[in-house]
Design a binder for this molecule. Structure first.
Ligand code: PXP
Length: 254
């Protein structure tokens, strides 16, 4: 079974920096810490309103960090131009405006097929590995596949919210959506990533799904860094992912 990669999302280091407008804490320093702690990639969302990550952060991440950069971006001409200029390893197309989202929060790939298809093609032509951040719904997965995206990132937010509310039935049914989505996407030949809201308590079952190749995790790690330090938080997350993966492997080989 393939190794599960961890992409560390550093957006909220920038959120804290921007709260005071200075340079501390520096998200590029956080990316260096993530590298030391064993992250496989850095994820950063350059939002239209620049509420956390800035254009200069993206420039510095490209220049100073040897890890693959996954740029989260809205499907706008401005972001397209920025992605084509910086040529990150990967770009994940995410919704920013309400009307671009599905009910739960992923991008509405089915509803915006033609617009997104064009963006996917332009990024892919520049050798950027494109993913679409979508809900684990069959029609969204089909739409992503039919527009030629090689990767989908399944939104784990509803599962994490249900887990936090201690509603076991809702948690299990939300998890089941992710499991079925991952299986279906992989059956169509898509590479499957997942993320949003994951923490120590929720990461295990998702990491155990053998079809999933990468998890992108940010907010929880930055929050946990307050108590344990960023490197320790990332190492613990990595260990939980590896443990879940090893259990799946044992089940496969038993
Ligand atoms: N994946 C995508 C596509 C995202 O937009 C986000 C949030 O920026 C994440 C993963 C990480 O979510 P969180 O910060 O809740 O771990």
């Amino acid at each position: 079974m393939s190794r599960l990669r961890l992409g560390v999302n550093i957006d909220h280091v920038a959120t804290i920096r921007n709260a005071r407008g200075g340079r501390h804490p520096d998200p590029v320093r956080a990316a260096k810490a993530a590298l030391h702690a064993g992250a496989d990639g850095i994820t950063a969302h350059l939002r239209e309103d620049r509420r956390h990550i800035s254009d200069q952060d993206i420039e510095r991440l490209r220049r100073e960090i040897p890890l693959p950069l996954n740029l989260e971006m809205a499907a706008t001409p401005e972001m397209e131009e920025i992605a084509l200029r910086h040529r990150p390893h990967a770009a994940c197309v995410v919704p920013e405006k309400r009307e671009e989202r599905t009910t739960e929060g992923g991008i509405d790939a089915a509803g915006q097929h033609d617009r997104l298809k064009d963006v996917v093609r332009k990024l892919a032509d520049a050798n950027i590995r494109v993913s679409l951040f979508i809900e684990p719904e069959l029609r969204q997965i089909e739409a992503a596949s039919s527009m030629g995206a090689p990767v989908i990132e399944l939104h784990t937010g509803a599962y994490c919210e249900a887990a936090a509310s201690a509603d076991a039935y809702e948690r299990d049914s939300q998890f089941d959506r992710i499991r079925r989505g991952a299986e279906y996407g992989a059956s169509l030949g898509l590479e499957i990533h997942a993320g949003h809201g994951l923490g120590y308590e929720t990461v295990g079952p998702v990491a155990a799904l053998s079809e999933i190749r990468e998890l992108n995790i940010g907010h929880f790690l930055v929050g946990e860094a307050i108590f344990s330090g960023l490197e320790a938080a990332i190492r613990r997350m990595r260990a939980l992912m590896d443990e879940a993966r090893a259990n799946t492997e044992r089940r496969f080989t038993a």
